[in-house]
Design a protein around this ligand. Structure first.
Ligand code: CA
Length: 331
């Protein structure tokens, strides 16, 4: 049944601006509520992603089109990072906590959940948001303030942290931030790109892989300066060190050269709330996009019934890099 549905919902050619490529857009999962945080596992050849308010970690297998999920208790689940050299362990956020999830990829209940650390115990209503591991396996994860209405977040209540893999102590890297979102590192690990969504900018920092420190903030790309509507959310980087940026409430994916601050192109999406991106598939040539239906009105949902689905975008003529995994943080 699902295979038939997928066949019926092939979307054909996505609209492309700014280059001669013809991206092909395909819905690959049924809608979830608030898809986020995609991470391609190149060993198992599956895509992990979260459903934030439903507190789910999802596992999508492109070989079978099967999606399984596990539900976590205790708060919103905004990031999932597989632990290196394991098939069933993941660093996951739950509210303002980071935990080590053990999950067999099938059952709806976790096999085990071990506490790692917490932040901002004094900030009621904050939660973790996007996070990734750097090449050394350090977790980088940020927070956001209370969100009374979707998209209306109390400003300057969050921070970006890195997690010392030995002490498990979170170290504050950027503060304050409002909605900590996309993260990416260049392939030489010398530049870190970061999005605090309400700034409408992608910031660049010098990155020291040895110490895990960042410095020298500058603006790499400014959506407002390019008259782009919507909000920069999650992002990923390709093997040419160009950025692919999800635009929440902008119905598009941006293709950006962060060295020149120029827009190389954009992919128009059939849903407005594009949340994050990750390269995956064979040769890392498929760009997976998570999306959200959370907070949309019934009228909006009628106009964009696929909102919340994961989409696969191919034909971009670029490939990603293998995402970093977490090191084993709890014994
Ligand atoms: Ca996000």
């Amino acid at each position: 049944m699902w295979n038939v549905l997928v066949a019926l919902l092939l979307l054909g050619v996505g609209r492309w601006t700014g280059a001669e490529l013809q991206p092909v857009l395909k819905q690959v999962t049924e809608p979830v509520e608030h898809g986020e945080g995609p991470h391609w596992d190149g060993h198992q050849k599956v895509l992990y992603f979260v459903d934030i308010h439903q507190q789910l970690v999802n596992r999508y297998d492109p070989a079978t089109n099967n999606v399984s999920h596990v539900k976590l208790e205790g708060g919103e689940v905004s990031l999932v990072i597989p632990v290196a050299d394991t098939e069933d362990k993941f660093v996951v956020s739950v509210g303002l906590h980071l935990v080590l999830l053990t999950w067999n990829g099938v059952d709806e209940d976790p096999d085990n959940v071990e506490y790692i650390t917490s932040v901002e115990a004094d900030k009621d209503g904050n939660r973790f948001n996007d996070g990734k591991a750097d090449r050394c396996g350090r977790i980088w994860a940020g927070t956001m303030g209370p969100e009374k209405i979707v998209g209306e977040v109390t400003p300057d209540q969050g921070s970006l942290y890195s997690l010392n893999p030995n002490s498990f102590m979170p170290e504050t890297e950027i503060s304050p931030v409002s909605v900590s979102n996309g993260l990416a590192w260049t392939s030489d690990n010398k530049i870190f790109y970061y999005i605090d969504t309400p700034t409408l900018q992608i910031a660049a920092y010098d990155f020291d892989i040895q110490s895990g420190s960042i410095s020298n903030r500058r603006v790499a790309f400014d959506l407002k300066a390019h008259n782009i509507s919507g909000f920069p959310d999650g992002m990923t980087i390709d093997s040419n060190n160009n950025l692919w940026v999800a635009v929440f409430d902008g119905a598009k994916v941006l293709y950006v050269d962060p060295r020149t601050g120029s827009l190389l192109g954009s992919v128009e999406m059939p849903v407005t709330r594009v949340t994050s991106l990750a390269f995956g598939g064979d040769n890392l040539e498929t760009l997976y996009a998570t999306t959200s239906r959370f907070g949309l009105t019934e009228e909006q949902l009628a106009q964009q019934p696929l909102a919340g689905s994961v989409f696969a975008i191919t034909g971009l003529g670029v490939r990603g890099t293998h995402p970093n995994t977490a090191i084993r943080t709890v014994q």
